[in-house]
Design a protein around this ligand. Structure first.
Ligand code: FAD
Length: 549
């Protein structure tokens, strides 16, 4: 609906006094930004100013369980963007809108105040956001204002590759093949960076209509999402804001040189070695990407989730600088394809963004513990075996990293401390919660969103549903990770566990992955809250018997 309305809008736009680009939480950049580039071209062609607006919407953040870290990262990026846009005489106007339902009216009245001819935005694929934009599109059209919504988030946009039956892919491997084929069939288009915005004339700053927009201040925090100062300082150091920082992170991954040796002091995830590696991270990614004790992945997810760098730019940077270059489909590129895949799942199966399992048959799984507030499972499952208190205590132990499984605890403490977790650890922690503790995946999904700086509904839900085996079909329910085996593969040196679980700092060798009772008691480390084999069997039973009376 939105894309069709956009086509009509492009034909019927009236002349006005300004063109507006609505920057969203997922496109915080100037470079290679489709909606911004189109808005700027429109403004230039019709010789009117470009205005950038950002809407702070605390109710939306609450509805999406946004973490204060992600909000803070947004604000830090906006502050830098205000300066960069200001140099182009383009105002970044911030509107705070507490009632999310009032956003469409607010947008329309802003457009009317400016006598804007058009508004441009990159599409957000969540259900509520699509509904909101469709409403805005209709209202704008009725007033002769163009509302243009374009794809930007993905490398290959949702809907561009479909199965033979014209359906959204729900299996990754064939999707990835089709994705790569599509990409390589459109290389000239893909290689073309979206144009940088043209500057406005300097005189815009002194006009009665546009001048005051330059006075808009990016707030330090959003009420209800404040970060404590120590956490904020750490996030600033580990995840610096801005497009230059994102590009530096990408360079770090592609070249042999590490980001910065002094960061190792505040960032235990970074190896801090200056030029020490002979080979680039990307060249050893396939072999080493699952090592949580080494700094082997790109750590670009906060920047990709917030759109501080485009996924297109990441792929382009891996390509040889030759005329007939193709995207090679190597392991790292495949991970970017996973990101696109989960956006397609979200767009093609909107129920997943409303807390429903992708595989509906698993809606009736007997989970232990509390029901999520506002979720469809609104009462305690009568077939649950544990008391509510025990299940709640298990959840708390999982959250705070006190399950007695060192790799799970190290991962969770890392999440709590750094706002980030290595992919393998996310899988181990998520599978532990859903299979070993039999806790509803939505409880874990929500907790991750509240803590992650890279929290993204599509990837987070996709990852959680995969681990809980309720999602797209790659992970059958009988696949239950053995946390001890996973631990020795993900952290063979033990450096990761020893750092995040300091109680175990003195333990060496295989004991670190499964500390003997006497040693654990002496060191004050908890005993496992469940037994691996028993809980595995319970999970298999529950999944197998789903739906049976
Ligand atoms: P790299 O290994 O360098 O990969 C490059 C990029 O590819 C990542 O930055 C990311 O954008 C994308 N990517 C990599 N793996 C995946 C994947 N499995 N699914 C989707 N995209 C992927 N990623 C998020 O960005 N936000 C989330 O909220 C999120 N929640 C997750 C929850 C669970 C339970 C699981 C299992 C995975 C989740 N992921 C999420 C995916 C993945 O763990 C992170 O993207 C990755 O760890 C980020 O580290 P990196 O940037 O170094 O990744």
């Amino acid at each position: 609906k939105l894309l069709k309305a956009t086509k009509d809008a492009e034909r019927n736009v009236k002349k006005g006094d300004a063109v507006v680009y609505w920057m969203r939480m997922g496109d915080l950049r100037i470079t290679d930004n489709r909606a911004l580039s189109l808005a700027s071209a429109h403004a230039k062609k019709t010789d009117i100013p470009l205005v950038v607006v950002f809407i702070l919407s605390p109710q939306d953040y609450k509805a999406h369980d946004r973490s204060p870290r992600r909000i803070d990262f947004t604000l830090r990026n906006l502050a830098l963007l205000a300066t960069s846009l200001g140099k182009l005489h383009i105002p970044l106007h911030i509107i705070t809108q507490s009632n999310r339902r009032a956003i469409p009216n607010k947008v329309i009245s802003f457009l009317e105040e400016l006598s804007a001819s058009a508004i441009y935005a990159n599409i957000e694929y969540e259900v509520d956001e699509l509904r909101r934009d469709t409403q805005i599109s209709k209202a704008a059209q009725a007033k002769g204002i163009g509302a243009i919504f374009v794809h930007d988030k993905c490398v290959v946009e949702p809907g561009a590759v479909l199965t033979k039956e014209n359906k959204t892919y729900s299996v990754y491997s064939p999707y990835q093949k089709a994705w790569l084929k599509k990409l390589n069939a459109n290389i000239p288009y893909f290689l073309e960076n979206c144009r940088q915005p043209h500057p406005n004339s300097e005189s815009v700053r002194t006009t009665a209509k546009f001048g005051p927009l330059f006075d808009s201040l990016v707030p330090e925090s959003v009420p209800g999402f404040e970060l404590d100062p120590a956490d904020r300082a750490k996030m600033e150091q580990v995840w610096p804001a801005g497009e230059a920082a994102a590009s530096e992170m990408l360079r770090r991954f592609l070249r042999t040189k590490s980001r910065s040796s002094q960061l190792a002091a505040v960032d235990p995830l970074a190896d801090g070695a200056e030029d020490s590696a002979k080979r680039s991270r990307i060249s050893v990614y396939d072999a080493e990407r699952d090592r949580a004790d080494k700094d082997t992945t790109s750590r670009l997810s906060p920047y990709l989730s917030a759109g501080v760098i485009s996924a297109r730019a990441c792929i382009r940077a891996t390509m040889p600088d030759t005329k007939n270059a193709k995207v090679d489909g190597g392991r790292w590129i495949q991970e970017i394809a996973w990101r696109d895949f989960y956006v397609c799942i979200l767009a093609g199966f909107p129920r997943v963004s409303m807390g429903r399992p992708f595989q509906e048959k698993y809606a009736d799984i007997v989970w232990e513990g509390p029901a999520l507030e506002g979720s469809y499972a609104d009462e305690l499952n009568p077939k649950a075996e544990l008391s509510l208190a025990t299940a709640e205590s298990n959840i708390e132990k999982w959250k705070s990293g006190r399950t007695g499984y060192p790799i799970v605890d190290a991962g969770m403490r890392c999440l709590n401390e750094m706002g980030y977790m290595h992919n393998r650890l996310r899988m181990i922690a998520a599978m532990f919660l859903t299979k070993h503790l039999m806790i509803d995946w939505r409880i874990g999904e929500k907790y991750f969103m509240e803590k992650l700086i890279d929290g993204d509904l599509a990837s987070n839900d996709g990852g959680w549903q995969w681990c809980a085996s309720t999602g797209v079909d790659a992970c059958p329910y009988f696949r239950v990770f053995n946390p001890y085996n996973q631990s020795s593969k993900a952290d063979p040196t033990g450096d990761f566990i020893r750092h995040f679980v300091p109680e175990l700092a003195s333990v060496r060798g295989p004991d670190l992955h499964n500390p003997p009772a006497a040693a654990a008691n002496k060191l004050g480390y908890p005993r496992p809250i469940v037994k691996h084999e028993e809980s595995r069997d319970r999970a298999l039973r529950r999944f197998k018997n789903v739906g049976s009376a």
